[in-house]
Design a protein around this ligand. Structure first.
Ligand code: FES
Ligand SMILES: [Fe+2]
Length: 440
């Protein structure tokens, strides 16, 4: 962990609007950040059988992720080695091998070329001998497949540092995706991450949220890690201090949580700061009979609070005792003013009884869903993420203004400071130290 107070180790320049609008800056990020970082991709259980594959589109690259005959997983650039045609078109499926739709060169699941038409006509002999697909470092962790387009990268574990162990208490290997929306956003991808790096916007953009979560920076625990990652812990089951005096009593979401755990809200009148610890104790008492066995590994704080991790450069996740909110930004291939915002929600096991954390009823909370891709504004993402998306789209328009002189950041926004400093360090050549590479 590194010092947490207002640090800005890599750059002294203000965060100007050009970071979000400039094509030159976007190219520098592509060459030095996107293609040099570990990126979270699909769930391993989305491709269970040999030959099962999925494509992950990352900016201008298409990555083919394939289950191997030996049970492993490989990531390959989705480009035919004959003349550069896109090899696989379908976003997912199952194939014994991959045949290019242009001249029928064939590639095996591990990327080896196994057939080229008229091999005797090539001056160097059968081209398959030196035409395998280009592969990409690929690891599995927390049930997800992670890739890094830098062949010299540090291992994922080295890159994640303490996050690797911190996540081990959550049952991330066994989750059900119950929400999966991808939004084509009219903003730069970093505006998503800026937003996910601070809770300063909560009272304004999410007034409903502070009825359940204490946003005060004095009570928010922030940790900054090596390599640009961070944690923000928000106390929940606790109405915010900043709520008006007439509202600073037992709020409806807190009362619901108490009832869900067989506690009487009336007993907490006049004791509005007490439900958080009471719910923690009650969860300890009742988790086994409710089948929530993973609670045994969680700390008291993890039983009630949101542990919000941001992983450099494009991923944020809110982990609570019962599930994972997955928030990912993906770049547009060429346009710095557009990106894809992936918003998934995963439940840990059967959460059909659970109603507080996502806007789902009991039936929906059980049902696995396929990914849906929409344009910004097409439909609601739920009240919380709608608030975020609305400010991101508006901010992108204003960042062009000659009247904007660069960000003025509070200490509680220091995760943003670290994040942009790390982008600048990557552009200047920094890479996480690679002591070893662990195999997938
Ligand atoms: S480009 Fe793929 S076989 Fe020719
Ligand atoms: Fe938000």
């Amino acid at each position: 962990m590194i010092n947490t107070h207002g640090i800005h180790p890599g750059t002294a320049r203000p965060l100007g609007g050009d970071r979000y609008t400039s094509r030159a800056f976007m190219e520098a990020e592509w060459d030095n950040v996107w293609t040099k970082s570990w990126l979270i991709t699909i769930r391993a259980d989305q491709i269970p059988e040999p030959g099962d594959f999925m494509l992950e589109e990352i900016g201008r690259e298409s990555i083919l992720i394939v289950r191997q005959d030996d049970g492993g997983i490989k990531a390959l650039y989705n480009v035919c080695q004959h003349r550069g045609n896109r090899l696989v078109i379908e976003p997912e499926g199952s194939m014994p091998s991959f045949t290019c739709p242009y001249h029928s060169w064939r590639f095996e699941l591990d990327g080896r070329c196994s057939y080229a038409q008229d091999p005797e006509d090539f001056p160097g002999g059968d081209p398959c001998a030196h035409a395998s697909l280009a592969d990409i470092p690929c690891e599995q962790f927390s049930g997800f497949v992670w890739i890094n387009m830098d062949p010299a990268c540090a291992s994922l574990r080295e890159s994640l540092g303490p996050i690797w162990d911190a996540w081990s208490v959550y049952p991330l290997e066994n989750m059900t995706r119950v929400q999966a929306t991808s939004v084509r956003m009219p903003c730069n991808w970093k505006l998503l991450l800026d937003n996910f790096h601070e809770t300063y916007h909560l009272p304004t953009a999410h007034p409903e949220g502070i009825e359940y979560a204490e946003d005060s920076y004095l009570e928010t625990h922030i940790e900054l890690y090596e390599n640009g990652h961070a944690l923000g812990q928000t106390k929940c089951c606790l109405p915010a201090h900043r709520l008006p005096a007439h509202k600073n009593r037992l709020t409806e979401p807190v009362a619901s949580d108490l009832e869900r755990w067989d506690l009487d809200p009336q007993a907490f009148r006049g004791r509005e700061r007490d439900p958080r610890e009471a719910v923690q104790r009650q969860k300890r008492a009742l988790y086994a009979e409710r089948g929530l066995h993973h609670y045994a590994r969680l700390s008291d704080a993890q039983l009630t609070d949101v542990f919000h991790y941001t992983l450099f450069p494009n991923f944020a996740t809110s982990l609570n005792a019962d599930g994972m909110l997955f928030l990912r930004a993906m770049p547009h291939p060429t346009d710095p003013e557009h990106c894809i915002f992936d918003s998934w929600y995963y439940n840990f096991g059967d959460m059909s009884w659970h109603k507080s954390l996502v806007t789902l009823d009991g039936e929906q909370a059980r049902k696995p869903v396929e990914r849906e891709i929409i344009d910004y504004g097409d439909k609601s993402l739920g009240v919380v993420l709608d608030g975020d998306a609305w400010v991101m789209a508006g901010q992108q328009k204003a960042l062009y203004s000659r009247g904007y002189r660069g960000a003025i950041l509070a200490n509680q926004e220091r995760r943003i400071t670290q994040y942009h400093a790390m982008i600048d360090r990557y552009i200047a050549g920094y890479r996480p130290p690679a002591n070893s590479r662990s195999a997938a």
